[in-house]
Design a protein. Structure first.
Length: 163
């Protein structure tokens, strides 16, 4: 049997990504080789862990599994938990604290009593009055981080800068 291997190599700063088509392979296999484990490696692992993870959501007329990587933020409003993706919003049966526990190691961070956001969708952060921060997501949505959650947010942002 002939193996058809189509390869692609992408070179990034201090990183080489190799893609190989292997028709006889049943599953996707990802191997990460690194000289030492650092924040970049941890972030790659975090991102890979979100690829196939989904949250059970629903709208008025349908039910849908929403991929975690598609979620921009999640809010608790009027005893409902709303999941916001780029184009659609859904409700979920889970409470905000349950989702926060489940998603913390997948790149999500709580920014207020009523909101958690996907740090990978963050575009800008701007200081505001009263020890708050305005957060602009990559889809243009503006959120406010409250004082209680700023330390954790600043720490997460600093980790991103130190990579």
């Amino acid at each position: 049997m002939l193996l058809e291997n189509i390869s692609c190599i992408v070179i990034m700063v201090n990183m080489v990504v190799k893609l190989e088509l292997c028709p006889l392979q049943k599953d996707i296999e990802i191997v990460i080789k690194y000289p030492q484990k650092n924040k970049v490696v941890e972030q790659i692992i975090l991102l890979l862990n979100t690829v196939d993870s989904k949250i059970d959501c629903y709208s008025e007329d349908s039910q849908k599994l929403v991929s975690i990587s598609d979620i921009y933020h999640i809010e608790s409003l009027e005893k409902k938990t709303i999941v916001y993706s780029e184009k659609e919003n859904f409700e979920t049966k889970y409470r905000l604290y349950q989702l926060n526990e489940k998603l913390t190691d997948k790149g999500f961070i709580q920014i207020s009593k009523y909101c958690i956001l996907n740090i990978n969708k963050l575009d800008k952060v701007k200081p505001m009055f009263n020890s708050r921060m305005e957060i602009v997501l990559s889809n243009g949505i503006r959120l406010q981080a409250t004082r209680k959650y700023l330390t954790c947010l600043k720490q997460k942002l600093q980790e991103g800068l130190n990579e």
